[in-house]
Write a protein that binds this ligand. Structure first.
Ligand code: NFA
Length: 102
């Protein structure tokens, strides 16, 4: 567009532009104290995984130090982290859950 007076122009978008939301990985971190069964329970409860998938994720974290539980939009990822951290604290386990931009 040109305003026809000042010689200035403004480019306006014609095609409707949809933008995909940024995605975030939610990770669990290993520690020496949180019981394995508690971690399996957390992965089942908050990440809707089967017992078998939850066990594999827990063992991956145990052996590698960190592991992915899911990929979510910002608000959902933030909610997962808060839920896991609150649940771990309530049970007095040092389990850590973090999110990172994909
Ligand atoms: N490493 C913990 C143990 O041996 C288990 C654990 C797995 C903790 C995954 C945190 C995350 N009891």
């Amino acid at each position: 567009n040109d305003d026809g007076r000042s010689g200035t122009a403004i480019i306006t978008r014609t095609k409707p532009k949809t933008k995909r939301p940024s995605l975030y990985r939610v990770l669990l971190l290993n520690d020496d104290y949180t019981p394995m069964e508690f971690v399996v329970h957390v992965v089942e409860k908050f990440f809707n995984k089967s017992k078998e998938d939850a066990y594999q994720i827990m063992m991956h974290v145990h052996q590698n130090g960190v592991g992915e539980c899911g990929i979510f939009t910002y608000e959902v990822a933030e909610t997962k982290v808060t839920q896991v951290m609150d649940f771990a604290r309530k049970h007095q386990h040092p389990l850590q859950c973090v999110m990172e931009k994909k």
